[in-house]
Design a protein. Structure first.
Length: 319
């Protein structure tokens, strides 16, 4: 049975570009879902009136749910219509739709469960990226690696993605973040489902459109969300699902780091108050736990990196 590829396009303030985006989608795609996320410009109405492509279907939110909410609506609709792979494309024209075949190929070949664009692979592409976005993405990438467990994945906020229907059915969409944390939260959910994630190198494309994602707001809200996901992932992977030596390395290592730091600060305060140098024993009581703590945490990180999901859950599709 031939595979079915669907494209989901969240539409919010993209009337200037969305028709061109739809026109650029090739014949390898069987369904195109445009989700009007209560767009004040009426993106959905524009598509309904102007788009002649019979593959296009428009769904409209009465209230704005954010990019994540719009994508989830599209995912559910595509799954209900029998899609095997669901591609998410932004409506602002910054994604090269000619790469959709490259994006879905690893899934159809049984090599990955989720494929996403990565603008950081090429140095030349990175140089074209605005400096603020580059620094913001670098920081968000580091936090995402820690919280999701996908240490070999970069550019986590990149929204050019392809998701296998097999794995999509394992994810509770109602628990996914609805706003701009959606892409990072998706990676966390994929790790819980033990899905294989693959990066597809793509060029960075920036037009005159301004991103609705604020770097400042992201760094104010995202760290807490990443910390929350990290704690849940560690509990699921190292205590609930199974236990290993890493289950002990992390808590013991963190405890030693805290104890060593506290002893060091306490010893320094006493020495400052008495104007006497700390004894060798006091110094060692602080340094030794710190060194052991660092070693144990590094050992845990090494174990975690090697535990990245490698077994694909999606079966190879027949052509």
């Amino acid at each position: 049975m031939p595979h079915q590829v669907a494209v989901v396009i969240p539409a919010y303030k993209v009337t200037a570009s969305i028709l061109e985006v739809i026109e650029g989608i090739g014949p390898e795609v069987h369904q195109i879902w445009v989700i009007d996320d209560a767009c004040p410009e009426g993106s959905g109405n524009l598509v309904s009136a102007k788009a002649k492509d019979k593959r296009v279907k428009v769904l409209t939110h009465q209230e704005n749910q954010g990019v994540g909410g719009a994508v989830i609506t599209g995912y559910k609709a595509a799954l209900a219509e029998g899609a095997d792979v669901i591609v998410k494309v932004d409506g602002d024209g910054q994604m090269d739709t000619t790469l959709i075949s490259d994006l879905v190929e690893p899934i159809l070949n049984g090599e990955a469960d989720y494929v996403k664009g990565n603008r950081f692979e090429s140095i030349e592409s990175v140089r074209e990226m605005p400096f603020v976005r580059l620094m913001g993405n670098a920081g968000l990438t580091f936090m995402t690696k820690i919280s999701t467990g996908y240490w070999d994945v970069a550019d986590p906020t990149n929204g050019f993605t392809a998701l296998s229907a097999t794995v999509a059915k394992l994810i509770n969409f109602d628990k996914l973040a609805k706003r701009y944390f959606f892409e990072s939260d998706m990676l966390f959910r994929l790790n819980v489902a033990q899905a294989v994630v693959l990066d597809l190198p793509i060029a960075a494309r920036y037009g005159s459109e301004k991103s609705n994602l604020s770097v400042v707001k992201s760094f104010l809200s995202f760290p807490f969300l990443h910390l929350k996901n990290f704690a849940k992932r560690i509990f699921y992977s190292y205590y609930l699902r199974e236990m290993s030596v890493a289950s002990f390395e992390l808590p013991i290592g963190l405890a030693m780091l805290v104890f060593g730091t506290w002893m060091g600060i306490n010893g320094l305060a006493i020495s400052s108050g008495t104007h006497k140098s700390a004894s060798t024993g006091t110094v060692m009581l602080a340094v030794l736990p710190l060194l052991l703590g660092i070693q144990l945490v590094l050992a845990f990180i090494n174990f975690d990196i090697n535990s990245t999901p490698r077994r694909v859950r999606t079966k190879k599709h027949s052509k």
